[in-house]
Design a protein around this ligand. Sequence first.
Ligand SMILES: [Ca+2]
Ligand SMILES: [Ca+2]
Length: 228
Amino acid sequence: MKDRKKHIKIGILSLFLLSGLTGMAAAETLVNATPPTQNIAKGETFTMNVTIDPDISIAGAQFDLSFNASLVSADSVTEGNLLSQDDASTYFNPGTIDNAAGTITSVAGAITTPGATVSSPGVFATIRMTAKMVSGTSPLNLSNVIVGDINGNTVSTTVNNGNIIIGALCGDLNGDGKITTTDAVITLEIAAGSRPNDPAADVDGDGVVTSLDALMILQAAAGLIDIC
Ligand SMILES: [Ca+2]
Ligand SMILES: [Ca+2]
């Protein structure tokens, strides 16, 4: 009887450790271009945020961003509320914009209040950009992403990039200037993986093309809703 109890205890302990370990393996700090997809008119000025959702308490971050310089230009980089959300003092470097190369390099920020960290999600940086008078899709790719804890150690991150679609009729996948059931079918095929991805099909802007986007295009084709 005593032995059995011991076994049960060890069993529960193992389960606990195992779940703890899998939890650690799965959890990562998320660094996202937000929103993942934006539809922008030619010449329009817009903003995109770099949001960070910390898995553990963090004290600083940095990133580079690249974009298609023939489609968009960057105007400014400003600090978001992430690091100062608990009234901490911060240092923020807006980085260097190069609109010929299509890059913003070394955007960096850190909490300067001793001992302060943040663990709630927030906007790390807001980037103001302007679309050129050309149609096309520009990636907004994050690179050299480093998020640090209070000891300056790098934490494990998952990075999600964004897309800017310029001058396109939202949801017009075959480019005929109209939203029809054909566009919904193309979107369904992308969602099923039988056709290459096209960010223009992501009409709800959540970063993935799913049957929900196809449904929205179908409703727009029927004149029931406006999309984007
Ligand atoms: Ca169409
Ligand atoms: Ca979607």
